[in-house]
Design a protein around this ligand. Structure first.
Ligand code: PLP
Length: 408
């Protein structure tokens, strides 16, 4: 028999557990700052108007059916995804140095990259993967599943509530040659702290000197600054410097297609005479891995994203929708900081506006987080992270006062 009695009870996923606790709470004042999903000013999920439009167009298309996609996914989706992250005129695309597969959103792209590394990356060497401390918790689980060893590099300074740049650089300088460095393309989760462009240049320099291998996780392009190109700056800089690298791309946040699982994985080869051949060979192995994992990716979300990415008018409308989301979040950052400052809440609050993207690492302790939950029905993760999109003009006063009370 299976002897299922030896299977131990697993702990609940902390984030999804938090969501369940929020749902159970009957207080009319409750505030959900847990999950990283955009909410409008009425705390409701927002269907991007451009996505609604694409949905209507696709719904009326008599030529569509429910057949399988190719193993690598929808071709017009993967090529548009390359252009989006690397830039339409990227030499890497022109020189056919990019192998791309549609994946099960960003999680699937990180997983496919992890699996590919485990199978093919520098066999019989130290293949430690370095994550930022802290990082998106799923990075640990995904890389554990493929049995790659991992370590961390310092990232968040509790003192400044900004980047621990020195700590990060020193750890990179001391990492074994060939180590894999997982980097967040922009809008770092959970801290909201990104390196400046000068800091990225220094990171790239050290990684080149030490022969470290970059894996960019890009889950928030366009969502951080509202500008798709600005948010892709770090990735494009590394490509310009000639790095060979992996990229995981998610369309969950920037299209609001959370449940549709649209994402893309890219392997970018360094410039070399045989780079296009290398890319083809890599692509062929990725197809084998993809076939055994998911056979082929889900079609619907990719169709929506592809329609928008490939149509200039819809694309422009999408950019407008992105500015709506990122703009509302920035407004909430400014409002929260000024309310806490007005209340004279102990501590400094400039980090709320210095950090960018979906999240803010407030610096609230676990004890304060629990107090907020018990006294004020405010739900956030224990590490003090808040999803900025959970704040709106109706609850921000209430939240600021609750924080003030919990901190004193
Ligand atoms: N990577 C990071 C850093 C994230 O924050 C997320 C989502 O929260 C993802 C990847 C993947 O998300 P999804 O699988 O929903 O695209």
């Amino acid at each position: 028999s299976f002897q299922a009695d030896v299977v131990p009870q697993a702990p609940e996923d902390p984030l999804f557990g938090l969501m369940a606790a929020y749902r159970k709470d009957t207080s009319p004042n409750k505030v959900d700052l847990g999950i990283g999903a955009y909410r409008d000013n009425n705390a409701k999920p927002w269907i991007l108007p451009v996505v609604q439009k694409a949905d209507d167009i696709i719904g009326k298309d008599p030529n569509l059916n429910h057949e399988y996609l190719p193993i690598a996914g929808l071709p017009e989706f993967t090529t548009a995804s390359q252009k989006l992250i690397l830039g339409a005129d990227s030499p890497a695309i022109k020189e056919k140095r990019v192998a791309s597969l549609q994946t099960v959103s960003g999680t699937g792209a990180v997983h496919l990259g992890a699996l590919f590394l485990q199978r093919f990356y520098r066999p019989n060497t130290d293949r430690t993967v370095y994550f930022s401390a802290p990082t998106w918790p799923n990075h640990n689980q995904i890389f554990s599943n493929v049995h790659l060893p991992y370590a961390t590099y310092p990232y968040f300074s509790t003192k400044t509530r900004g980047l621990d740049f020195e700590g990060m650089i020193n750890t990179l300088k001391n990492a074994a040659e060939g180590s894999i460095i997982l980097l967040h393309g922009c809008a770092h989760n959970p801290t909201g702290v990104d390196p400046t462009q000068d800091q990225w240049k220094e990171i790239a320099k050290v990684m080149q000197e030490k022969k470290l291998f970059p894996f960019f996780d890009c889950a928030y392009q366009g969502f951080a600054s509202g500008d798709l190109n600005k948010d892709a700056w770090a990735v494009r800089y590394f490509v310009e410097q000639g790095f060979e690298m992996l990229i995981a791309q998610s369309y969950a946040k920037n299209f609001g297609l959370y449940g549709e699982r649209a994402g893309c994985f890219h392997f970018v080869t360094s410039p070399a005479p045989d780079a296009a051949n290398t890319s083809t060979r890599v692509g062929s192995q990725l197809l084998i891995l993809q076939r055994s994992e998911i056979s082929n990716p889900p079609a619907y979300g990719a169709r929506i994203a592809s329609l928008i990415l490939n149509d200039p008018a819809l694309f422009a409308e999408w950019e407008e929708n992105l500015r709506t989301m990122s703009g509302r979040i920035i407004t909430m950052r400014n409002a929260l900081r000024s309310k806490l400052e007005e209340l004279g809440t102990p501590g400094t609050w400039n980090h709320i506006t210095d950090q960018i993207g979906m999240f803010s690492f407030t610096g609230l302790t676990e004890k304060q987080v629990m107090k907020l939950r018990e006294d004020s029905h405010v739900y956030m993760t224990k590490n003090g992270r808040i999803s900025m999109a959970g704040l709106n003009t109706h609850n921000i006063d209430y939240f600021a006062k609750a924080v003030d009370k919990a901190v004193r």
